[in-house]
Design a protein around this ligand. Structure first.
Ligand code: ADP
Ligand code: MG
Length: 710
């Protein structure tokens, strides 16, 4: 159903939609139609409400009309003028069509050019009055005069409202096929016609207490600001309209998280006792001492598990800090108490690898481990349901298939960035409120983790096991291939092993797959005396498994792969990783990949092969990789490069999308809205006094949370 937006009953707007609401498909909005609706979808706009809440990313002040003689070079200026002449010119060499317009006012002439838009000519008749807005160019010394390239214009007389000039003008992220101007007009009309559908849904006391402006006004203001609004404030998102919209977004995020957390505290969990027979035996058998950080986290986990409430803890630690041991000890506590524990990993490779390691470690303790993935042939469902297997490792098959546990006491989720809130919730239903422990290496700036994972308790492992050496990272260009091969050769001759990673980009998976295969062929020629293996995501599970374990046991020297090895693969003897087309990878992903090496106490190298030309962003990513190995610094740089927009992969994580809030910029609002949300969730966990809020919340979370069962 609709949320912020009410139903407008009985208004006939077109034959297709007798009734229009926020949920009305964008296609039926005036000025859209099916073709444009398709284009809008690329911008994430599907409904009327999406149009109303598609906010500009910046604003231009075009309300200060200047006389032509007062225009200054290099500035964005707006002027009121009349058409003198309009011509289409074809350039002699490239045959490009340029539309040239000459305009004038009482003080001078101004020329404007539009490239490849000859059709514009028909709009400009002599003496037509218009407003032009653009950056002033031309040479101030030659005296040839003033010019604008591709200025925005508005013809006077045809309309009584200004949309593109003589006002503070919103600038939207547009897309191919729909121009800035078309998009702006479309949004202007949508606001004009439908903004009255926007309803208040926040509790009144929250609006009053926090001095929030009305929602409807804020939406209008954020698109087409009133005349005297401060443009600077608009551009840095600090004006009253933005404050309201940002508050709402963050409040709805935090309210969902608050209700999740509240619901969990209302439920009873299992209280595990410290017995320590299995745990102590296990720890005694480890070839190393736990780090102080590991010990500290385990104390926190033990305390959680003892309490009669379900544990909900996130363990966050950089790649290689030793999260698996923490997971294993937690699982053993559960097993000591007579319950089952499971570990869910994001890929079959990783699940398989965990299984091999964990089985080896727990079999000595007399325990049975089982592996369940959609690819595994004999599924040990009976062992799981009868309780013969105490420790179960798997992929999301654990929650997708009809798997019954005898008594699941703990679910560990590894590498959480691939699992969302929703999967977590369904895992919970597999037991009677089992404890949940989430392990992630996704670097999150410390300051944000708390708020973002508002429904979880957080532990941070901030220490690497002793003897780790920083990985030496260096960018190479194709012309430097020889140096690169000799580095590989040197490591191989020392008895070390090497990873070679090719990109796998979703849209052209096949193509990139080929490049990994071709790459393997090429390396066979370069290193004919070495054993070369190939793994990629399209291989059968058992084939992949065979290659991986051959690499692990040292039978393969050089492993060519796609990013399937990104998480969790542990081969301490591997000391060099070459990442081909490193410029195509995200920073977090590069860091993840690099985490596969430097685990064996040898000098280790991460070579980033980059193919120019690449963007400034790519340059910054590669630079960041060269200059630091610290996951948190990488995270902060990633945030700085990408902006907080989709940093957290909100779509994957099941959290509502943040369209206007910027969690870095709006930290203050975040804290306030978080307090309000948690107080409300505490006082009224079913939100029964606020039906519209409840409805809006459910919609914002896209039904992914059975938040409130009334
Ligand atoms: P991650 O946190 O990335 O999942 P792992 O749990 O895979 O890291 O651990 C990485 C490697 O470090 C493994 O080979 C593991 O056996 C080893 N390891 C874990 N804890 C310690 C420790 N305290 N001292 C030495 N090595 C350790
Ligand atoms: Mg791990």
């Amino acid at each position: 159903m609709n949320n912020r937006i009410k139903n407008l009953k009985g208004v006939k707007t077109s034959n297709f939609s007798p009734r229009i609401s926020g949920d009305t498909h964008a296609q039926y909005v005036k000025g859209v139609g099916p073709v444009r609706a398709g284009l809008l979808e690329r911008l994430g706009i599907k409904t009327l409400e999406d149009i109303l809440f598609y906010f500009p990313w910046r604003y231009e002040d075009r309300k200060n009309l200047k006389k032509i003689c007062d225009l200054s070079y290099g500035n964005l200026e707006t002027t009121l003028c009349e058409v003198v002449s309009a011509d289409v010119i074809t350039t002699p060499r490239k045959k490009m069509k340029i539309f040239e317009l000459t305009v004038a006012d009482k003080t001078g002439f101004l020329k404007s050019k539009w490239f490849n838009q000859p059709y514009l000519k028909k709009y400009f008749k002599k003496d037509q009055k218009l407003i032009l807005s653009g950056v002033v160019k031309g040479n101030p010394y030659t005296g040839i005069g003033l010019e604008m390239e591709n200025p925005e214009f508005e013809l006077l007389g045809s309309e009584d409202k200004f949309i593109h000039t003589s006002r503070i003008v919103p600038v939207y992220k547009a897309t191919e096929g729909i121009s800035q101007k078309q998009l702006r007009t479309l949004i202007f009309n949508a606001i004009d016609t439908y903004s009255f559908l926007i309803e208040e849904y926040l509790p009144e006391y929250i609006i009053k207490k926090n001095n929030l402006k009305p929602l409807r006004w804020s939406v209008k203001e954020a698109h087409f600001p009133e005349e005297f609004t401060d443009v600077g404030a608009l551009n840095n998102g600090s004006g009253p309209a933005h404050k309201r919209l940002v508050f709402d977004e963050l409040f709805m995020l935090e309210l969902g998280l608050a209700l999740l957390k509240k619901r969990e505290t209302l439920e009873r969990g299992i209280s595990f006792r410290d017995k320590n027979d299995l745990v102590n035996k296990f720890l005694a058998g480890l070839p190393f001492e736990l780090t102080r950080a590991q010990k500290r986290i385990l104390d926190q986990v033990r305390a959680d598990m003892k309490r009669p409430l379900p544990m909900n803890r996130l363990v966050h630690g950089d790649v290689g800090c030793g999260k698996t041991v923490v997971a294993l000890v937690s699982m053993l506590i559960v097993v000591e108490n007579g319950y089952q524990a499971c570990l869910m990993a994001p890929t079959e490779i990783l699940a398989g690898q965990h299984f091999i390691n964990i089985r080896r470690m727990v079999e000595g303790l007399g325990l049975k481990a089982a592996l369940l993935t959609s690819g595994s042939k004999d599924k040990p469902v009976d062992d799981i349901s009868m309780g013969k297997a105490q420790i179960i490792i798997g992929t999301h098959a654990l929650i997708q298939e009809k798997v019954k546990f005898r008594n699941l006491g703990l679910a560990v989720i590894d590498e959480q960035h691939r699992f969302g809130v929703v999967q977590r919730a369904s895992l919970r239903t597999k037991g009677l409120n089992p404890d949940i422990l989430i392990m992630t290496a996704t670097p999150i700036p410390r300051t944000l983790a708390m708020t973002l994972y508002g429904d979880l308790d957080i532990s941070i492992i901030d220490e690497l096991p002793a003897g780790r050496k920083p990985v030496i990272t260096k960018v190479f260009f194709p012309s430097q291939k020889d140096g690169l091969y000799s580095s590989i050769k040197r490591e191989l001759s020392k008895g070390r092993q090497v990873y070679i990673v090719y990109p796998l980009i979703e849209e052209s998976e096949k193509l990139d797959l080929k490049s990994a295969i071709a790459g393997a062929g090429a390396f066979e020629k370069i290193f004919p005396e070495r054993k070369i293996g190939l793994v990629h995501g399209k291989m059968r599970h058992d084939e992949r498994e065979a290659v991986m374990s051959a690499f692990k046991s040292g039978d393969i020297d050089l492993l060519v792969s796609t990013t399937v090895i990104e998480v969790g693969i542990d081969v301490p003897n591997a000391s060099l990783m070459l990442i081909v087309h490193a410029e195509r990878f995200g920073l977090a992903q590069l860091h993840q990949l690099r985490g596969r090496i430097g685990r064996g106490g040898y000098d280790s190298y991460c070579l980033l092969m980059a193919y120019p030309p690449f963007s400034d962003e790519a340059k910054r990513r590669l630079k960041a990789m060269e200059s630091t190995g610290d996951g948190f610094k990488i995270a902060e740089e990633d945030l700085a490069i990408r902006g907080p927009g989709d940093f957290f992969g909100t779509r994957q994580s099941g959290l509502p999308e943040l369209k206007i809030a910027n969690i870095i910029r709006d930290m203050g609002v975040l804290e306030i809205s978080r307090k309000e949300a948690f107080a409300l969730a505490d006082a009224e966990p079913d939100l029964s006094g606020h039906p519209l809020l409840k409805e809006t919340l459910q919609k914002k979370w896209m039904g992914r949370l059975e938040l409130i069962k009334s």
